[in-house]
Ligand binder design. Structure first.
Ligand SMILES: [Zn+2]
Length: 289
């Protein structure tokens, strides 16, 4: 869904509320405080009264849209802008596009990121899986001139990732790139009984062959040996890094996991037709999508 479609489909606040009520309740409103379905509509206020716990509530209670003073249409536009921004969107840009101040845009983007987390990500990656680590954030060391090829040994933080060829990516900030850390990451995300994992010759991967089919790429060679490459995971890193450097400038370590999740979500849903609806479902806490 692009922003023109948002304007057309949701011209007013009431259209947005109708849509949220449909997604959240499918015509059977439930009290978010006590889960009772003994509720009476208060159509004028766009709220419901719970006859069990005697409170009133609107569809946004307990969601990322709770207690917002902004029109829901702006929220919907923000969701569409963030989902469609392949390289991410900065708070400044979002502020300009939505005509809100930068702090508002920043907190909207953070809330939207909460909805950009995959709920069904337990499926292990299969087939040919590329694995790599990279370093993000921090400042290059002074006087270091050219950065080292891998960034190993700098003050950046390590991120490890796996990509199933033609499939999904999983990436995560890790405390180090020791063999033990890399092995537990791969066991958590990859079907080690059936998959073939391709990595470079970094020493952290040396013992992989003990528990998984393991192939290594020699980056020194100028040619790619058939299917033996890690191009998919490297493309993901460049997307992530360009996004973070170009759009977010100073990503503190604290928020880095959420930016990584955001990029994984977009990558993994690049072919999801109803991504807007799916994301709104997440935003409302409707899990079964
Ligand atoms: Zn209630």
């Amino acid at each position: 869904m692009n922003i023109v479609q948002i304007y057309k489909q949701f011209p007013t606040q009431n259209d947005c509320l109708d849509y949220l009520e449909h997604v959240r309740w499918q015509g059977k409103p439930r009290c978010p405080y006590c889960q009772s379905d003994r509720v009476t509509p208060m159509p004028k206020e766009r709220r419901h009264h719970c006859n069990n716990c005697n409170t009133s509530f609107s569809v946004t209670v307990g969601t990322i849209f709770h207690r917002t003073r902004l029109d829901l249409q702006k929220w919907f536009l923000a969701v569409a802008l963030v989902l469609n921004a392949k390289k991410g969107i900065s708070a400044r840009q979002l502020a300009r596009d939505l005509d809100v101040n930068k702090d508002t845009a920043w907190s909207m983007a953070m809330r939207i990121r909460n909805a950009m987390v995959e709920r069904n990500d337990r499926k292990l990656l299969e087939g040919v899986v590329e694995m790599d680590e990279t370093y993000i954030g921090g400042k290059p060391r002074r006087g270091a001139g050219v950065e080292t090829k891998r960034g190993r040994g700098t003050n950046k933080v390590p991120v490890v990732g796996v990509v199933e060829r033609g499939g999904k990516v999983r990436a995560k900030l890790v405390k180090d790139v020791k063999a033990k850390t890399l092995a537990s990451f791969v066991r958590e995300h990859v079907d080690v009984k059936s998959a073939t994992v391709i990595t470079d010759e970094f020493k952290g991967y040396i013992r992989f062959a003990a528990f998984v089919n393991h192939e290594t790429v020699n980056h020194q060679k100028w040619y790619v040996e058939g299917n033996l490459h890690t191009n998919s995971v490297e493309s993901f890193w460049s997307l992530l890094k360009r996004g973070i450097i170009g759009q977010y400038h100073k990503v503190s370590i604290k928020y880095l996991p959420r930016y990584i999740d955001e990029f994984c979500y977009r990558y993994n849903n690049r072919q999801t037709a109803d991504l807007f609806d799916q994301t709104i479902s997440h935003a409302l806490g409707v899990i079964n999508v």
